[in-house]
Design a protein around this ligand. Structure first.
Ligand code: FES
Length: 112
């Protein structure tokens, strides 16, 4: 399991917004859904597209890939629509008492 890495302050990513960070050269997308933060691989599992540039569906907790439109569940990384068929990794994310977001990279995909 990877170590926790500070990536941003919570105030850097307002509700309904996303940000792209890099941890050990791995692009990670951070999403704020109503104050709950999610961290996923930023690179789509289908091709080279940045999920943090996609459309965030706050009601469904889903990100839509900006290139071909596959949707991914932010909680599981599962693809919900084609053309993507492979999940993206979901990483652990936490907020420290002083408002710093920390991410620990997952070793492998968590979705089935
Ligand atoms: S690159 Fe994301 S669906 Fe094709």
């Amino acid at each position: 399991m990877s170590d926790w890495v500070a990536v941003a302050r919570t105030s850097d990513i307002p509700p309904g917004c996303a940000a792209r960070v890099e941890i050990d050269e791995t692009p990670v997308a951070i999403f704020n859904v109503g104050g709950t933060f999610y961290a996923l691989d930023d690179t789509c599992s289908h091709a080279q597209a940045s999920l943090s540039d996609g459309d965030l569906d706050l009601d469904r907790c889903v990100i839509e890939c900006p290139l071909h439109g596959s949707s991914f569940d932010l909680r599981s990384g599962d693809p919900l629509s084609l053309p993507a068929v492979e999940p993206v990794r979901v990483h652990r994310i936490e907020t420290t008492d002083d408002g710093v977001l920390r991410v620990a990279l997952a070793d492998e995909v968590t979705a089935q």
